[in-house]
Design a protein around this ligand. Structure first.
Ligand code: PLP
Length: 387
């Protein structure tokens, strides 16, 4: 059996050895609490402050604009609910987002709605790109926060965040972007781009699960989600995870240093994968193929297949991918992203997301190209028999 092929980097990535090495001392002798006055504490404080500075440097932010979080989901919740709970007292009652956001954003917006916010959803085109006319109409002086993801995690669509953030700023609206899938793929610079809030997640870039960061532009009012001590100047109480903050800093630096070369490498592999699959399965559909896309996400539907059985068949063949549809309580429901871009439910039901990254090689892509068409042909035959 050849080595298994991991094509699920948008779900998570392996912890990089450099990151593990950078974190190791903090699981040993450097175990101090950064709030302690003694030498152990001071040592931890220095490491934490440095990590904050280093993460900030990766996105053009000052150290005090970086808030460490436990994950991307926490960053999105903090951004949206923190901004909403502050702004509602100033009479801004609307929260604006897109229909293709990750559940971390959609869930936060629903919570704001439960607390009295008016929810507004921007229109998107068949590639998932936000309609500028809809943005003009919905983003006005009564908006507490507008949240638009930078790169979509299911179809890879890239929004023009610099333009949207600039337009929000010109209307005095706080702008948040979920950059969990964008960081390490696209250039992010808070000095030149007008977003006020930006969420990152460590485990998508070779740091462990359990660490993320929220960029909070100086002067952006944000009510804390948690209450307690004075850590991070009261923005996020709780003893800081120094080891993981140091790991995130190392992973972020590596991602930025390798960004251009890795973008080109992944885009070439993605193009080969897509064109070879389409050559062999001419009626397959690659979703949002004509959109500006990040290089690491391929979302493909083969008519007459269903993603759950296909994923199992792929797994047996040693290929790990994920579904473009969500499996909830045993029934597969069409992905909200695919349905928002107008994909028919029958086609969405067979969607498979393959996401490329550090473990992806030419050899791996070649094997997928050999195996996938035969598996889908078999799935179609079986589906035909079941009719
Ligand atoms: N936002 C996007 C676009 C994601 O892809 C993910 C994770 O899949 C998240 C948010 C949530 O990040 P985390 O798993 O760190 O909570």
């Amino acid at each position: 059996m050849p080595d298994p092929i991991y094509l699920d980097h948008a779900a998570t990535t392996p912890v990089r050895p450099e990151v593990r090495d950078a974190m190791a001392p903090f699981f040993g002798p450097r175990f101090g609490n950064p709030s302690s006055i003694h030498r152990w504490g001071r040592e931890a404080r220095v490491a934490l402050d440095e990590a904050r500075e280093r993460v900030g440097a990766c996105i053009g932010a000052a150290p005090d604009e970086v808030c460490f979080t436990s994950c991307g989901t926490e960053g999105d919740n903090f951004a949206i609910l923190g901004a909403w709970r502050t702004a509602r007292t100033a009479g801004r009652h609307a929260v604006v987002t897109t229909p293709i956001e990750h559940k971390a954003v959609l869930g936060s917006v629903h919570q704001a709605r439960a607390e009295g916010a008016i929810e507004r959803t921007l229109a998107v085109d068949s590639n998932g790109i936000v309609d500028p006319g809809s943005f003009d109409r919905l983003v006005g002086a009564d908006v507490a926060v507008c949240s638009v993801m930078w790169v979509n995690n299911e179809i890879g669509t890239v929004q023009d965040i610099p333009t949207l953030a600039g337009a929000a700023r010109s209307r005095g609206v706080v702008f948040h972007t979920d950059a969990v899938q964008a960081f390490g793929k696209l250039p992010i610079d808070a000095r030149e781009q007008a977003f006020d809030l930006l969420a990152l997640s460590g485990h998508k870039i070779g740091a462990p699960k359990g660490i993320g960061a929220l960029f909070i532009r100086r002067g952006t009012p944000l009510a804390p989600l948690m209450h307690g001590g004075t850590q991070d100047r009261g923005r996020r109480p709780g003893t800081e995870n120094v080891a993981f903050a140091v790991g995130l800093a190392r992973a972020a630096e590596l991602a930025v240093a390798e960004r251009s070369a890795e973008y080109a490498r992944l885009a070439a592999l993605r193009d080969t994968l897509e064109s070879e699959l389409l050559a062999q399965i001419p009626d397959a559909v690659i979703h949002a193929r004509t959109a500006p896309r990040a290089p690491h996400i391929v979302n493909i539907s083969v008519p007459g297949t269903d993603s759950e059985s296909l994923l199992m068949a792929l797994d047996l063949a040693g290929i790990a991918a994920s579904a473009g549809s969500a499996c909830q309580s045993g029934s597969v429901t069409a992905s909200h992203v695919l349905s928002a871009i107008g994909i028919a439910p029958e086609l969405a039901a067979g969607a498979i997301r393959m996401s490329l990254g550090s473990l992806t090689t030419e050899e791996g892509v070649r094997r997928v190209v050999q195996v996938f068409p035969a598996l889908t042909a078999k799935a179609r035959r079986l589906a035909g028999l079941a009719l």
